[in-house]
Design a protein around this ligand. Structure first.
Ligand code: ZN
Ligand code: ZN
Length: 353
C-alpha cells in the first residue's frame, strides 16, 4: 500500500475507505448515518513528537526480544524504575511508531472458528467467551498458556523489536569457565566435542562484516516467523548422559565460546528449583558475568549474556537468544508439550543453535 504523504493524501485515503464502508453498510440495509467532513479534522501529530526519543529508546531496550502483555509491560517498567509522564498506552503506541515494538492482538482469528494464540502459538485449546472487557460474545481466550496470565483477543501483546547491533554487544575475550573440580576424562572429551560443535556453528553464524548483526535479520514480524519450524533454520546438538554425569559443566566451555563472542545464551531447565541451582553453578563458573535467573514469580530482570530459565518463561521471549541449551529434554513439563517446544524454537534467533 502506498504511504500517504501529507494531510491531503490522508484525507483522500480516508474518503476512499469511507466509500468502501458506506457500500458495505448499504448492502446490509444500514444506510443512515451522519456524514463527517474530513477536511475539518486535523490529524494530531503531538503524540509521537512530544515523547522524547531517549524514553522510547529506553522502553525499546527493556522490551527487546520479549513478548509481554500490557500488565507485564507495566510491571516491567515499574520494576526498572522507568518514569514516564505519558499514559502507558500512548507511550507504547509511540514506541510502535518508532519501530521499537510491534503490537499484536492476544489471539488472532484468521478464519471463522480458527484461532491462534499470539503468545504461545496454541491452535486447539482456545475458548470463545462472552467477554466483559470488550463486550463481544466472540472474544477468544487461550487456555494453554493461561498459567502465565490470561491472553485474549481484545487485549494487546507487545513484541519488542531487536535493537542490537554488533557495536553494542559486550564481548568477553578469553572467557573460560572456572570449575571447582576437574572434569573426568569422559567429561572432558564430551566438553571438547561440544565446544568444537559450537565453534563450527559460530564460524557460519557470526557476521563476516563487523558492522552487521548476528542471525537472519527480520524486517517486521510475521506469524510464520513467530512460530517457525526450528528444523528449517537452526542447528542442534544432543549431549546424552545419565543424570548427575555433569552435563551442565560439560556444556560450559561451548557456552563460554559463544558468550565471549558477545552472544546471548539461555539454559532452559524444567523447574524453578533447578533454575536456582544451575544459576548458582553458572555464576560460580563465570564470576565476570551477571547470570540472570528467570522463573515464575521472579522479577523482570534485564537479560544478560547468560540466562537460566524455566522452559515456561521462554514463552515471554522471541528471537532473543543466539544459543539455547535445553536440560532434561525428556522430563516433565517439556516432554510432550507442543507449547513449550514452540516457545524454545521461537526464543532462539533464526540460525541460532
Ligand atoms: Zn496461549
Ligand atoms: Zn474481549
Amino acid at each position: 500500500m502506498r504511504r500517504p504523504r501529507g494531510h491531503r493524501d490522508q484525507v483522500q485515503g480516508a474518503r476512499s475507505w469511507l466509500r468502501h464502508i458506506r457500500r458495505h453498510f448499504r448492502r446490509r440495509g444500514l444506510g443512515n448515518w451522519r456524514e463527517i467532513d474530513f477536511e475539518e479534522i486535523t490529524i494530531e501529530s503531538r503524540l509521537a513528537a512530544d515523547i522524547p526519543s531517549e524514553l522510547l529508546e529506553e522502553v525499546g531496550r527493556l522490551i527487546e526480544g520479549r513478548v509481554l502483555s500490557y500488565d507485564e509491560v507495566r510491571s516491567l517498567l515499574e520494576q526498572r524504575h522507568v518514569i514516564s509522564p505519558y499514559p502507558l498506552r500512548d507511550l507504547l503506541q509511540a514506541c510502535a511508531l518508532a519501530g521499537k515494538l510491534e503490537i499484536w492482538p492476544g489471539v488472532i482469528s484468521p478464519l471463522e472458528g480458527y484461532h491462534i494464540c499470539c503468545r504461545c502459538g496454541e491452535r486447539q485449546q482456545l475458548e470463545t467467551i462472552d467477554c466483559p472487557l470488550c463486550g463481544r460474545s466472540g472474544c477468544v481466550i487461550c487456555l494453554a498458556c493461561r498459567s502465565l496470565g490470561e491472553i485474549r483477543s481484545c487485549r494487546e501483546l507487545y513484541y519488542g523489536s531487536l535493537q542490537e547491533n554488533s557495536n553494542s554487544r559486550r564481548v568477553f575475550p578469553g572467557l573460560t569457565p572456572q570449575l571447582e573440580f576437574r572434569l573426568t576424562r569422559a567429561q572432558a572429551e564430551a566438553a571438547a566435542e561440544f565446544k568444537g560443535y559450537v565453534a563450527t556453528w559460530l564460524n557460519d553464524y557470526l557476521p563476516k562484516d563487523p558492522r552487521q548483526t548476528t542471525g537472519t535479520q527480520q524486517s517486521g514480524l510475521t506469524l510464520p516467523h513467530l512460530f517457525r519450524k526450528m528444523s528449517h533454520d537452526a542447528t542442534s546438538c544432543l549431549i546424552w548422559a545419565v543424570c548427575g554425569a555433569g552435563k551442565t559443566e560439560i556444556a560450559f566451555e561451548g557456552l563460554a565460546l559463544a558468550i565471549a563472542a558477545g552472544l546471548k545464551a539461555v539454559f532452559a531447565v524444567p523447574r524453578r528449583d533447578v533454575v536456582l541451582e544451575v544459576a548458582k553453578r553458572a555464576q560460580a563458573a563465570f564470576p565476570e558475568l551477571s547470570v540472570t535467573a528467570l522463573y515464575g514469580g521472579a522479577k523482570h530482570e534485564p537479560v544478560g549474556p547468560l540466562v537460566v530459565a524455566t522452559t515456561h518463561q521462554l514463552i515471554r521471549f522471541h528471537s532473543c537468544f543466539d544459543l539455547a541449551i535445553l536440560d532434561e529434554a525428556d522430563a516433565f513439563p517439556y516432554a510432550g508439550s507442543a507449547m513449550l517446544h514452540r516457545a524454545l524454537q521461537r526464543a532462539v534467533k533464526p540460525g541460532g543453535l
